[in-house]
Design a protein around this ligand. Structure first.
Ligand code: NAD
Length: 429
């Protein structure tokens, strides 16, 4: 099938590449000329495990190409996916201007029936607005259908998630686009749920908010664990073995961040408010998340007392493992707050150092993770990269002026750390 993806970011590039991988002919459009130039030259604008090989393979096979021209993308394909940003505004609501712009651009280039699929995460009822906009700006008055097809991939595991999704959600107001949408996804052999557009849009916000809630729940439990001498990992294991609960998203830590959970949570709270419901449960989820970071910083300052001129080594800058994405990363926020308190930082991340540099202009970026601790008063773990578990702990301990580690991701075993001579402080144990 001929497909166009507008917006070639984390979601758009993965979507386009995976569609090409199963045999569709895909055009990826982006307004960022530098990004398109880089992709055309065989470069990658983001790090995502396994993606680069797939992009190269499908470009070579002639199934995937890149352009800055929305007109080209709309003319050549029957189904147009929208994967542009939907960033938060100051009041928590969603900035839908990227979606509106693309809707107008698509409308201006349509000369025959098209299916326009929204893959960006949007508040309920956005599909109706997109349809209205296209109708208003489409001079040739051709027929079209708007479909909501929210994306559930996780950065760091995006290719695997896209190729083997738990489910595909397709929201439509009419039966007309259903078969084509089923055909697009048929090669993935995944369960497909067809709903109305509003329900599809709500599924995404409700799902992400629930996952954020699960993280805040275990973080709140971690506070009780610390106060009572229990171990949050054992509690999470015991809870997670209950099939009704499940172990995933029960890892206590610095709290959630990234470009999705915080914004989707705020957006869901805001849209609920606009629809007449105060979602106070989700407001509490936000509060617990902020509190988790504050408690961790207090743990550091309670131990080191005055942070001014203290040197801290920080492992991890990405908002989670396996990605170079630092958008709303708790690790970056932690670093910025520690700097505000006067600390000097030596930082390392396996993939995110380049993207983190502009946010931390005064930090020293260290290439070798084993060298981060050198000359520092303490070492801080801020992202759950599995690589950090292989840290040369002996060298780290010797390099530190005081053998103190604050582990915001519970990567190490407290008993083992004590045996190795560390003063080790983690979360909820
Ligand atoms: P991104 O910022 O990585 O990519 C968006 C791309 O759209 C950018 O390259 C930008 O240049 C391009 N763009 C903006 N306006 C354009 C226009 N008018 N024409 C062509 N290109 C345009 O964003 P992302 O992380 O891929 O997120 C996209 C959407 O998907 C958001 O709504 C997000 O909430 C949702 N989402 C993201 C993830 C994730 O893990 N990143 C997962 C599921 C859903």
């Amino acid at each position: 099938m001929k497909l166009t993806i507008i917006g070639t970011g984390y979601v758009g590039l993965v979507t386009g590449t995976c569609f090409a991988e199963v045999g569709h002919h895909v055009i990826c459009v982006d307004k960022d000329a530098a990004k398109v130039k880089l992709l055309k030259a065989g470069g990658m604008p983001i790090y995502e495990p396994g993606l680069e090989e797939l992009v190269k393979k499908n470009v070579r096979a002639g199934r995937l190409r890149f352009t800055t021209s929305t007109k080209d993308g709309v003319e050549k394909s029957d189904i147009i996916f929208i994967a542009v940003p939907t960033p938060p505004q100051d009041d928590g609501s969603v900035d839908l201007s990227f979606i509106e712009t693309v809707a107008r651009e698509i409308a201006g280039s349509m000369t025959r029936y098209k299916i326009i699929v929204d893959k960006s995460t949007v508040p309920v009822k956005t599909g109706d607005k997109v349809a209205e906009t296209i109708k208003r700006y489409c001079k040739s008055k051709v027929e079209f259908d708007v479909v909501s097809n929210p994306e559930f991939l996780r950065e760091g595991f995006a290719v695997g998630d896209f190729i083997k999704p738990d489910r595909v959600v397709i929201g439509m107001h009419s039966k007309r686009p259903e078969q084509a949408m089923r055909d697009v996804y048929a090669p993935f052999e995944a369960p497909i749920i067809c709903t109305d557009i509003n329900s599809a849009e709500l599924i995404k916000h409700a799902a992400n908010s629930f996952l954020a809630l699960k993280i805040s729940y275990i973080n709140a439990v971690s506070v009780i664990c610390e106060a009572s001498g229990a171990n949050v990992i054992e509690v999470a294991n015991g809870m997670g073995m209950d099939a009704r609960i499940g172990r995933r998203f029960l890892d206590a830590g610095l709290g959630f961040g990234g470009s999705c959970f915080p914004k989707d949570l705020s957006a869901f709270i805001k849209i609920s408010e606009q629809l007449g419901y105060e979602f106070s449960l989700l407001k509490e989820v936000q509060k617990i998340n902020t509190g988790q970071m504050e408690r961790f910083i207090k743990k550091i300052s309670d131990t080191l007392w005055v942070l001014k001129d203290k040197k801290l080594g920080v492992l991890g800058l990405a908002f989670k493992q396996n990605t170079d994405d630092v958008r709303l990363s708790p690790a970056i926020e932690l670093c910025q707050q520690l700097q505000k308190m006067g600390a000097q930082l030596r930082v390392h991340d396996p993939r995110a150092m380049e993207k983190a540099r502009p946010f931390l202009p005064h930090a020293t970026f260290v290439k070798d993770m084993d060298a981060v601790a050198e000359g520092c008063d303490a070492l801080v773990v801020a992202t759950e990269w599995p690589e950090f578990k292989k840290l040369d702990l002996e060298r780290a301990r010797k390099g530190l002026t005081h053998p103190i580690m604050f582990d915001g991701r519970n990567l190490f075993d407290p008993e083992e750390m004590e045996r190795l001579g560390f003063i080790y402080k983690s979360i909820g144990r």
